[in-house]
Design a protein around this ligand. Structure first.
Ligand SMILES: [Zn+2]
Length: 137
């Protein structure tokens, strides 16, 4: 795998998406994940995957390419319809924990899917805020 920042035009969609959507890594809580991106080709109906790697913990989140680029926002596309049929909401982006990186306690979560909202919730609970002393688990 070759993770890298996608700065050019072709990479601006996924890079902009992840930088904008997850400002704090939900896996390790860093507020500087500096996401790098790789693509994984796969022969599955959901399409190819984007892999997003946190620079700090090396944890990886994945999302089907059509989700990121927005084609799943309508049931008029095959992948959008498939998503609808599988009980998911169109227009809601799901990310899967692909690799837990250095976060040993998250090994059990590999393969689970979360919405962006849930991931941001996780991130805010992990983020080392001075006024948050209590553990959530
Ligand atoms: Zn991280």
């Amino acid at each position: 795998m070759a993770f890298k920042r996608m700065e050019g035009f072709a990479g601006s969609v996924p890079q902009g998406f992840i930088d904008r959507s997850l400002k704090v890594c939900p896996l390790c809580g860093t507020n500087n994940p500096h996401w790098s991106i790789d693509q994984k080709m796969q022969m599955k109906l959901e399409g190819n995957l984007y892999l997003f790697q946190c620079e700090q913990c090396k944890g990886v989140l994945s999302s089907p390419v059509p989700d990121v680029t927005g084609f799943n926002n309508t049931v008029l596309t095959t992948t959008g319809l498939l998503k609808k049929l599988s009980g998911k909401k169109n227009g809601v982006i799901y990310l899967r924990i692909y690799d837990s990186g250095n976060n040993v306690d998250l090994k059990d979560s590999i393969g689970k899917e979360y919405t962006l909202q849930e991931l941001n919730q996780m991130a805010s609970e992990k983020s080392p805020e001075p006024e948050q002393n209590g553990k959530f688990y």
